[in-house]
Structures are given as structure tokens and as C-alpha cells.
Design a protein around this ligand. Structure first.
Ligand SMILES: Nc1ncnc2c1ncn2[C@@H]1O[C@H](COP(=O)(O)OP(=O)(O)OP(=O)(O)O)[C@@H](O)[C@H]1O
Ligand SMILES: [Mg+2]
Length: 233
């Protein structure tokens, strides 16, 4: 079984949005998936309550019980556990990091998020866990040009010494609307740009989980016209 922890010290960066979308994408690609909700706010569990489908399985797990739950899940045939964490509480997030094969650290392209994720990445690195930054709520291109703030964020994250996922998520209403109804962007609008970027990110994460070393690639954001738009750094 592989375990992916989703973290960032800063609130509201998109951890739960990413967690439910990746868990759903993983389930859709045939993985027996458990989304463990470690956050005291239980946002992922709330999402599950709105949902018709019983998959992916979502459970509130107390940080102290996480390791035992991971062992039980592996014995029961779960092959992917995604852990959604809350902001700020380092001791609780530490439990998620300890259980993880890969830590996805989520940041929006702004100064405050990037400062906060530096600490989250350092926590994961302390436990020798692989870290990948995922940029969320990236602005859309204007006249085919990426916003300088986005390119600066990629550059700042790379300077921290960890890879940036080659697929980032743009700001899209589809994420907000779908999650509010216990759904996902890919369930609601399978041919949308949001669905494309989630599936592309999940495909990359899945491959990364089985790679020995991260492959450095230029981050790509799916543009409104559905064509991948490589960033020019
Ligand atoms: N790519 C996106 N485009 C548009 N809205 C987004 C995107 N990602 C997240 N959001 C919105 O941002 C808000 C915060 O997202 P979310 O709850 O996933 O963050 P979080 O990091 O889990 O927050 P917390 O730290 O409180 O757990 C939500 O309203 C969500 O719908
Ligand atoms: Mg959350």
C-alpha cells in the first residue's frame, strides 16, 4: 500500500479540495482507496456526507490512531491511503508525515503560502520523506502568457530545494461547485479543464509513488482551451 499525505501549515490552500479530487481520481483508476481525514474540522468527512457514492471511502482518523489504521487498511486490501491534514497543528501533521510515502505540500502562488509551506516541507524532510510542492489556485493565462506571480512562485518553491509537481491546479469554479455537492470536478464535468488537470496530476503522483527519484520537469498548467501550457521560466 502507498500513502500520500497532503499538508500545508497555512489554512485554505486547497488541501481538502486536492485530497478529495485525488482520492476520487485514484478510485476511478482502479485503486482501493481510503481517504483518512485527520483534520479536526472534518471537511473531507463533510464532503462524504454530501455524496451519493460510497467511494472513495472517507474516515475521520485521530492522529494517534493513524498508524494502526494504516496497518489495518493494508491488511484489508486498501492499496492507496490519502491523508488530509489540518493547518497548523504540527504534532498531528507529524503523524501523517510518519505514515507517508510521499508528502504533497499545497501552496497558492502568494508570499504567505510559500513562507508557510517552507515549514511544512522542512517537517517532512526531517523524517526523510519525499516532498513535492503542488501549486493550487494558479491564475489563468492572459493572452497566452503566464502571470508573473505564478512564475515567481515556481521559482521560489524550487529555491526551497524540493520539486514542484509538473501539473498545477488553476483557480476554477468547478472545484468549488463540485465539492459543495459531495462531487468532484471530474465527476461533474468529465471533459472540463479541471478534470483534465486532476487526472494529469493523479497520473503523475501515481508514477511518482513508484519512482525511486523525482524527475525534474517544467510545471504545466492546463489552460482554458484545454491545451497544456508549459510555463516559461
Ligand atoms: N483550484 C481552486 N479553484 C477555486 N477554488 C478553490 C481551488 N482550490 C480550493 N478552492 C477553494 O478554496 C477554499 C479552501 O479550500 P480547502 O478547504 O480545500 O482548503 P484547505 O487547505 O483544506 O483548508 P483548511 O486549511 O481549512 O483545511 C474552498 O472554498 C475551496 O472551494
Ligand atoms: Mg481542509
Amino acid at each position: 500500500m502507498k500513502t500520500v499525505a497532503i499538508l500545508s501549515r497555512k489554512g485554505g490552500t486547497g488541501k481538502t479540495t486536492l485530497a478529495v479530487h485525488l482520492a476520487s481520481a485514484a478510485h476511478g483508476s482502479g485503486h482501493v482507496t481510503l481517504l483518512a481525514d485527520l483534520d479536526r474540522q472534518h471537511s473531507a468527512v463533510e464532503w462524504r456526507r454530501q455524496r451519493q457514492d460510497v467511494h472513495p471511502v472517507v474516515e475521520a482518523v485521530k492522529p494517534g490512531a493513524l498508524f494502526a489504521r494504516q496497518q489495518d487498511a493494508a491488511r484489508a486490501g486498501v492499496d492507496l491511503m490519502i491523508i488530509d491534514t489540518g493547518p497548523s497543528i504540527e504534532e498531528e501533521v507529524e503523524q501523517a508525515v510518519r505514515c507517508a510515502d510521499l508528502c504533497l505540500v499545497v501552496a497558492r502562488p502568494n508570499f504567505f503560502d510559500i513562507r508557510a509551506v517552507a515549514e511544512s516541507a522542512a517537517l517532512a524532510a526531517r523524517f526523510h520523506k519525499p516532498v513535492v510542492f503542488v501549486l493550487n489556485q494558479a491564475p489563468h493565462r492572459q493572452a497566452s502568457i503566464e502571470a508573473p506571480v505564478l512564475m515567481e512562485a515556481v521559482s521560489a518553491l524550487r529555491k526551497l530545494g524540493f520539486p514542484v509537481a509538473p501539473i498545477g491546479l488553476r483557480t476554477r469554479v468547478a472545484y468549488q461547485r463540485s465539492v459543495a455537492g459531495g462531487s468532484t470536478a471530474q465527476d461533474m464535468e468529465p471533459s472540463s479543464s479541471a478534470a483534465s488537470e486532476i487526472l494529469a496530476l493523479w497520473t503523475w503522483v501515481e508514477a511518482r509513488l513508484h519512482e525511486e527519484r523525482p524527475v525534474a520537469r517544467t510545471p504545466t498548467f492546463i489552460s482554458a482551451d484545454d491545451r497544456p501550457a508549459p510555463m516559461m521560466l
